[in-house]
Design a protein around this ligand. Structure first.
Ligand code: DAH
Length: 339
């Protein structure tokens, strides 16, 4: 009996050494120490032994069991360690590999031009305010000296939501809103989207953007307007840019003017950008009409002001020498990616 015990033990040690994973080890354990295991069988067979032999064999079986358990514990630790080492090897990160390139969006050329423009005016102490795109007739027309049946209204025919509410045709509506609040002095610019019943072509779109400017205070003169626009033109288009005021008519300003800047491409000699004239029209402006001040609750005897309206797309196209406005709205990444 003690011979077969020794044999069982030797074989078991051999098998344990060869086990290559936890499952195999568990199988070996069951086959030796389990209910029907080899060692257990020996214990069961002890009832046939003589009383003298019984304790000796019993002790040997227990020693064998303790020894095997110890070896298995050792082996289990080894296997666990091997698994971990293997996993760490598999999951190492090669920090020298090139990273995944992130596709980053960027600003639309209109937005770039707007932020440049805002920077210039903020630098001169202006505040940027916004007004609603869906507007009352009162702010878009009435308070700007464009009463019902005024011919200027026809030019700016737009989408009416009700008789009194419409898609605004000009950011000048924000002028009336700000003046009506009654906080003076005023020094604001107001960028935003406007709507017209225009057909799409290279220079027109039914929806485009304007930047309105308004200054109201004591002793505000046309010289201030001219100086402000000169400063803007120099900063936005280049230090050598000059401005020229041409008389014009807008219902909400008196006097009114359209402003041209010297062509930034040819410096005034005449080229394809300025269509040979040396000058480029960029905005409308004027001194706020006394009647407009009055309607908005400001005393024209005490206060005066100037206003201007810049077509954002127009200056964007000029700045980047783009010859078709539609390119700004088609959202072709190959085009937009160039800015
Ligand atoms: N609102 C005018 C337009 O859409 C542009 C304009 C002209 C704005 C003169 C002004 C201004 O503030 O003084 O045609």
């Amino acid at each position: 009996m003690s011979e077969s015990l020794q044999k069982i033990q030797e074989e078991a040690v051999q098998k344990i050494r060869e086990a290559s994973n936890q499952e195999m080890l568990e199988e070996i354990r069951v086959s030796i120490l389990g209910k029907k295991g080899a060692l257990t069988q020996i214990l069961k067979g002890m009832k046939d032994l003589s009383p003298e032999e019984r304790p000796k064999i019993g002790q040997k079986v227990n020693e064998a069991r303790a020894a095997l358990e110890e070896i298995m514990l050792q082996k289990r630790k080894e296997l666990k360690h091997a698994v971990l080492t293997e996993r760490l090897k598999r999951e190492t990160i090669d920090v020298t590999l090139p990273g995944k390139r992130q596709i980053r969006g960027h600003r639309h050329p209109n937005q770039i031009a707007l932020e440049d423009l805002e920077r210039v005016f903020i630098g001169m102490g202006y505040e940027v305010v916004e007004g609603p795109e869906i507007e009352y007739d009162r702010y878009n027309f009435e308070l700007l000296n464009i009463p019902a049946n005024h011919p200027a209204k026809d030019e700016q025919d737009t989408f009416y939501i009700t008789k009194d509410i419409l898609l605004r045709t000009q950011t000048s509506s924000v002028q009336a809103r700000i003046m009506e609040q009654g906080k003076l002095p005023i020094k604001i610019i107001s960028p935003g989207r406007v709507f017209r019943s225009d057909e799409v072509d290279a220079t027109h779109s039914p929806s485009f953007h304007q930047v309105e400017g308004l200054v109201v205070g004591k002793n505000v003169t046309m010289a201030d307007l001219k100086g402000t626009l000169d400063q803007f033109a120099r900063e936005f288009f280049g230090p050598k840019t000059k401005t020229k005021l041409r008389p014009h008519h807008f219902p909400f300003t008196e006097p009114s003017a359209e402003v041209d800047v010297t062509c930034f491409k040819c410096g005034g000699k005449g080229c394809s950008v300025c269509k040979g004239s040396g000058w480029i029209e960029i905005l409308g402006c004027g001194m706020v009409h006394p009647h407009v001040l009055e309607m908005c609750g400001i005393d024209p005897e005490v206060y005066s002001g100037f206003a201007f309206g810049i077509g954002l797309e127009r200056v964007t196209l000029l700045k980047y020498e783009i010859d078709d406005m539609r390119l700004l709205y088609e959202n072709d990444i190959r085009f937009l990616g160039q800015f």
